[in-house]
Design a protein around this ligand. Structure first.
Ligand code: 4AD
Ligand code: MG
Length: 463
C-alpha cells in the first residue's frame, strides 16, 4: 500500500517516492506543452499537491482534461522536487483515476470566494474550503490536547448523561425531551400532561455535566467530562449556540486558587499545542482571518493571566470613559461590551474575574465569608469574552440546602447531590470550557457558527 497523505507528500524528503494520492480536485490548468497541472487536496493539510498529468495518459482527453473542482481522484506516480515556487514537491502522474465527477454547473465551491454566511448553507460541503478545513483541523488538535492534558494530570475521563432532570445552571434554558406524540395529542384535543413525558418522568437535555461530574470527583478524585451540552436560549449572537461542546474538569480537595491555576495551565497547554502542531493553519489564520493572532496567542502563553475581583471590575467599568449600552453596577451581570472593555482596553489580554455576587450565580457555588459573594471564577479573553466559567462548590450541607431553598429548588429532586455533602464531604472545585469559544479564540474566527461542523442555532437543525 503506497497511499500517502498530501501533508506527507508535500515534504521535501518525500521526493523520489512512488506513491498514490487520494483526494478532491481544486483546480486544473492545461499547459500548451500537452500536459495538465491539477491541484489536489485531501484534507490532511491546507496545501494541495500539484499533479503533473502527461498527455500520454490513456484517459487524458476523455477524463483528465474534463476534471473540475470537486471531482474525486486517485493519482499514482512519482514525487519529484518541484521547480515551482511555494511547494517542495509535485507528483508526476502515471495514472489518474476519476472516482466521482462534480458537475461544475451545480457544484457550489467554484474558485469564487463565498462569504462565511453563504457557506453555512452548505455545511455538508464547506469543510472542503481552506478556512473551514483549517478550523476543523485546529478543533481536532484542541480536542486532542484537552484529553492529553487531563490524562497527564491524573484526571479520569467520565461520561455524563445527556438526558437529565436537573437544571444545573438554574437558568430555565433546558430543551424538553418527550416520548409523547404531541401532534396526536394536539389533534385529539386532550390535556397534555407535560410533567410526565419521558416514560412517566420529566426529562431535558443537559445544560452541563457538572452535577454528575461532582459525584465522580468525590469518588475518583479528579475527573473531566467532554461532550455536547444544550441551551434553549433564543439568542442569535456570534458566541452562542443551542448545542455546544463543553469540557468540565472537577477535582476533590481543590479550592478556588487550585481551580484557577488548573484553568490557566490548561488553556496555555491548548494554545501551545496549536502553535506547535498547527503551524500551517495558524499562519493561514494569521494572514487571512485575524492579523496578529499568532503573536496574541504567543504572548498569552508567556505571561501569567491577570486576576481581578468582580468588585474591582465594576469599579473600573463605572469610572472609565467608555459608553456602554447596558448600565453596570454592583450586582448586575457583565454584558459582552463590558467583557470586551476589560479584556481589550483595560487588561489587553485574558483576565480571571473572581468573587461574583451570589445573587447572579447558581446555587452550587461556595458562599464566601462576606455572605454576599461566591467563590466563582470566569476566564475572559479579548474578542470572545467568557470562555471558562467555574467555581469552588458549596461542600457544607446546611449552606447548600439553604441556598437551594432560596433558589426555589426542590431538595427531593437533588437528594443524590445533597448526599455528597452528607457522606464524606470535601472541598472541591471545577470549571467548564466552551470548546467552540476556545476554537474561536485560537483561530480568530468571528462567528461561533463557523467553528462547529453543524451549528445548532434557533431555527437551524435541518442537517
Ligand atoms: O458558564 P457556564 O454556563 O458554566 C457551567 O455550565 C458550569 N456548570 C461549568 C462548570 O463549572 N463545570 O458555561 C461554561 C462555558 C462558558 O464559559 C462558555 O465558554 C460556554 O460554556 N458556553 C457556551 N458556548 C456556546 N454557546 C452557548 N450558548 C454557551 N453557554 C456557555
Ligand atoms: Mg458562565
Amino acid at each position: 500500500d503506497n497511499w500517502i497523505r498530501v501533508a506527507e507528500a508535500r515534504k521535501a524528503e518525500a521526493a523520489g517516492r512512488d506513491c498514490e494520492v487520494r483526494g478532491w480536485v481544486r483546480t486544473r490548468r492545461d499547459s500548451k506543452g500537452g500536459f495538465s497541472f491539477i491541484e489536489v487536496n485531501d484534507g490532511s493539510c491546507l496545501g494541495n499537491i500539484q499533479i503533473v498529468a502527461p498527455g500520454e495518459l490513456d484517459n487524458y482527453a476523455d477524463e483528465v482534461q474534463k476534471l473540475t473542482a470537486g471531482c474525486s481522484v486517485v493519482v499514482a506516480g512519482k514525487l519529484v522536487e518541484s521547480p515551482a515556487k511555494g511547494q517542495a514537491t509535485e507528483l508526476q502522474a502515471t495514472s489518474v483515476r476519476v472516482l466521482g465527477w462534480a458537475d461544475p454547473e451545480n457544484y457550489p465551491l467554484q474558485k469564487k470566494r463565498h462569504s462565511f454566511e453563504k457557506l453555512r448553507e452548505w455545511s455538508h460541503l464547506r469543510t472542503r474550503t481552506n478556512t473551514l478545513s483549517a478550523v476543523m483541523r485546529t478543533r481536532n488538535q484542541i480536542s486532542q490536547s484537552i484529553h492529553n492534558f487531563f490524562h497527564e494530570n491524573g484526571f479520569f475521563y467520565t461520561h455524563t448523561p445527556i438526558i437529565t432532570a436537573s437544571d444545573c445552571e438554574g437558568a430555565g434554558e433546558m430543551f424538553r425531551v418527550t416520548t409523547l406524540d404531541l401532534d396526536m395529542l394536539a389533534k385529539s384535543g386532550g390535556p397534555v400532561k407535560f410533567e410526565y413525558d419521558f416514560f412517566e418522568k420529566p426529562a431535558y437535555l443537559t445544560v452541563s455535566g457538572q452535577l454528575n461530574g461532582e459525584t465522580y470527583a468525590t469518588a475518583l478524585g479528579r475527573i473531566y467530562t467532554f461532550g455536547p451540552t444544550f441551551r434553549a436560549e433564543n439568542s442569535n449572537t456570534s458566541r452562542h449556540l443551542a448545542e455546544f461542546w463543553m469540557v468540565e474538569p472537577e477535582a476533590a480537595f481543590f479550592d478556588l486558587a487550585d481551580d484557577m491555576r488548573l484553568a490557566e495551565d490548561f488553556l496555555k497547554r491548548i494554545f501551545t499545542d496549536c502553535l506547535n502542531h498547527c503551524d500551517e493553519d495558524m499562519q493561514f489564520f494569521n494572514q487571512r482571518i485575524q492579523p496578529g493572532v499568532i503573536d496574541q496567542i504567543r504572548s498569552v502563553v508567556e505571561r501569567p493571566f491577570a486576576h481581578m475581583t468582580y468588585t474591582e471590575a465594576i469599579k473600573i467599568l463605572e469610572t472609565c470613559d467608555a459608553k456602554f449600552d447596558y448600565p453596570i453596577s454592583w450586582g448586575t451581570d457583565l454584558q459582552a461590551e463590558h467583557e470586551r472593555y476589560l479584556t481589550e482596553e483595560h487588561v489587553k489580554g485574558p483576565v480571571i474575574l473572581t468573587d461574583y455576587p451570589s445573587s447572579i450565580k447558581p446555587f452550587y457555588m461556595r458562599v464566601s465569608d462576606d455572605g454576599k459573594t461566591v467563590a466563582a471564577m470566569d476566564v475572559l479573553v479579548p474578542g470572545v469574552g467568557e470562555i471558562i466559567g467555574g467555581s469552588q462548590r458549596e461542600e457544607r450541607l446546611d449552606v447548600l440546602t439553604s441556598r437551594m431553598d432560596a433558589a426555589g429548588l426542590n431538595q427531593e429532586d437533588y437528594w443524590w447531590y445533597i448526599d455528597l455533602r452528607r457522606f464524606g464531604t470535601v472541598p472541591h472545585a471545577g470549571f467548564g470550557l466552551g470548546l467552540e469559544r476556545a476554537v474561536q479564540y485560537v483561530t480568530g474566527m468571528s462567528n461561533i457558527r463557523d467553528v462547529i461542523p453543524f451549528p445548532r442555532t434557533p431555527g437551524n437543525a435541518d442537517f
